[in-house]
Write a protein that binds this ligand. Structure first.
Ligand SMILES: *Cc1c(COP(=O)(O)O)cnc(C)c1O
Length: 434
């Protein structure tokens, strides 16, 4: 339950004015407090980040950039956005930042607009192998207005790099198609990305390298994953995943000419007025990222993911690539049973208070509605204070529920009840901050 004074006052304001929404917010606060969040793209923001979003900065139109706005009254907004940009540059040790994208997908839209003309070709990893829908899915702008070509992973089981990026194939695809942009950075890839190698390939084929670090931005800032700088020409990211800020996007570069194009692409290219309350909250989150504690958080996030992967392997699960270097892992459920789908696993675990998402695994024979995989991540649990010992318990919870589910409905009901109580107890021991 939201117990901090500001959340409580929001709820009491709404109780009179909009009881339907107040009730749902209270229920959602309780859900978050009493379940374990294993979705790799989610996190719990601090009360400072949370409540900065709920301020009067939302009232302002500030189209343009600091010092060059299309509306009066922006003096404090200019200062807020300047602080956000400075902190973003400091976090990534780069020269230019645009903090206005409303989301990660918007950041990619703007980056594409800045770097490519309509119809031009870019290379990326396909969605089903761990890429993102904004990297060329046919219903997305990226697939409709540009021409994606996809590079593969290693799909041969016997290969030592099985399920990892096939850099030789990336090079071959790029030399064949000569893309304008080479994209790296993924939504479901558990290993270190070799940005230096990607840049070599980009240089060899004459492409600009875009690193979409939406998932791993917090690990990069915290020193737990190599930085895309100085290798990438442009870096895009979300601010709400491992970066632990408000929902939003961010674009970074070291190149002054590209920075100008990016600013024009964000506004007026793809957006109107910036969300100044969100930009203020980004600034607060970036301030948190720059503190020494954030390094500890990033390191612990990786250690927790490794501990969870190891404990699941011990329980007989197969983890793609054999483990993880970052904050997430993909469980190949067929390692447990050919009958088990990602859709069933997600549903059974949710009933026990373990929140996950079904996810395709490389070369998945099942369609996205079912999948053979489950994606698990440690960022939110690490924020909550869980460490390696608790990761072992979480692996036991997962195994208990899924093994029971395979036995039948009676077993599943009993296991769900038992694990739900154990999850509640663990949540009570590691309460959310606010
Ligand atoms: C999450 C994600 C995004 C998009 O983020 P939204 O804020 O949901 O638009 C973009 N790229 C990658 C690789 C992601 O994982």
């Amino acid at each position: 339950m939201a117990t901090d004074p500001i959340s409580a006052s929001v709820l009491s304001l709404l109780r009179d004015r909009d009881p339907a929404i107040a009730d749902l917010i209270a229920k959602e606060a309780d859900r978050q407090a009493t379940t374990l969040e294993l979705i790799a793209s989610e996190n719990h923001v601090s009360p400072a980040v949370m409540h900065t979003m709920g301020t009067c900065l939302t009232n302002k139109y500030a189209e343009g950039y600091p010092g060059a706005r299309y509306y009066g009254g922006c003096v404090f907004h200019d200062q807020v956005e300047t602080i956000a940009r400075d902190r973003a540059r400091q976090m990534f040790n780069c020269r230019f930042a645009n903090v206005q994208p409303h989301s990660g997908a918007q950041a990619n839209t703007a980056a594409f607009m800045a770097l490519m003309n309509p119809g031009e070709t870019f290379a990326s990893l396909v969605l089903k192998d761990g890429g993102h829908l904004s990297h060329g899915m046919k219903l997305n702008f990226s697939g409709r207005y540009h021409t994606p070509v996809h590079y593969p992973l290693h799909y041969e089981k016997s290969h030592p790099e099985f399920e990892r990026i096939d850099y030789d194939a990336v090079r071959a695809v790029c030399m064949e198609h000569k893309p304008k942009v080479l994209m790296c950075g993924y939504s479901a890839y558990p290993r270190i990305i070799d940005f230096r190698k990607f840049r070599e390939i980009a240089d060899a084929c004459g492409a600009l390298l875009v690193a979409d670090v939406a998932h791993i931005a917090g690990l990069i800032v915290g020193g737990a994953h190599p930085s895309p700088f100085p290798h990438a020409h442009v870096v895009t990211t979300t601010t709400h995943k491992t970066l632990r800020g408000p929902r939003g996007g961010l674009i970074l570069t070291d190149d002054e000419e590209l920075a100008k194009k990016i600013d024009k692409a964000v506004f007026p290219g793809v957006q109107g007025g910036p969300l100044m309350h969100i930009i203020a909250s980004k600034a607060v989150a970036f301030g948190e990222c720059l503190k020494p504690e954030f390094k500890t958080y990033a390191r612990q996030t990786v250690q927790n993911a490794r501990a969870l992967a190891a404990a699941l392997i011990e329980k007989g699960f197969r983890i793609t690539t054999g483990g993880t270097d970052n904050h997430l892992m993909l469980v190949d459920l067929r390692g447990k049973s050919d009958q088990l789908t990602g859709a069933d696993a997600e549903k059974w675990l949710e009933a026990a208070g373990l929140i996950t998402n079904k996810n395709g695994i490389p070369d998945d024979p099942r369609p996205p509605k079912f999948t053979s995989g489950l994606r698990l991540g440690s960022p939110a649990l690490t924020t909550r204070g869980l460490k390696e010992a608790e990761m072992k318990s979480v692996a036991v919870f997962i195994d208990t529920v899924l093994s029971a589910g395979l036995k039948g409905e009676g077993d599943l009901a009993a296991a769900t009840h038992q694990v739900r109580e154990q999850v509640r107890a663990m949540c009570a021991k590691f309460p959310l901050d606010g």
